[in-house]
Design a protein around this ligand. Sequence first.
Ligand code: SF4
Ligand code: SF4
Length: 183
Amino acid sequence: MGFAHDYAEMDGAPDDDAYIEVMRQYARAGNAAKHLANWIQGRGHVAEGKVGPNTDDVLMIPAAIEAGLGELGKHGSIINRELGSNFRLSMVTTDLPVIPDKPDVFGADVFCESCQLCSSACPPDAIFREKQMVRGETKWYVDFDKCVPYFVDNKTCGLCLVVCPWSRPGIAPNLLKKMAKRI
Ligand code: SF4
Ligand code: SF4
């Protein structure tokens, strides 16, 4: 599940307003996951709500991509066709039988090949401009040994999410049309 940030609150990231907005959306995401897990448990199934970024036993972004929330962007976060990267994730793991969704491929990965906005904006230069070989797979990659210390020192960051053109209000529909002609 994705929970949109208020873009105006995130626009100055990393600042106090962005930090508060991130915490607000993590709280909303956590509450929704808890309520959904409770609903499933009430029907006799195992269910556990989880909210990012500390999910311990499940990598949330790969699961969210498989669930159709969007494509992996150069900045290491998901790009959703409506929200861009301006959102937070939560999830429910369960033994409830469900019909799986499919990954949603709409051109974000192709777009990232010719865009450098996030890698140029990242203060500690943590975002690789080209895809890297990661555990046998070539993919966009962020050096978290650079990102996390900067994130901790500033209480938050998210600058890469805010500068991403897909995140800017009103921009995604036009980008979708543009990419539909290329993929
Ligand atoms: S969160 Fe900040 S430090 Fe981390 S990759 Fe994004 S811009 Fe760079
Ligand atoms: S800012 Fe550009 S390169 Fe970075 S994730 Fe967004 S579209 Fe991709």
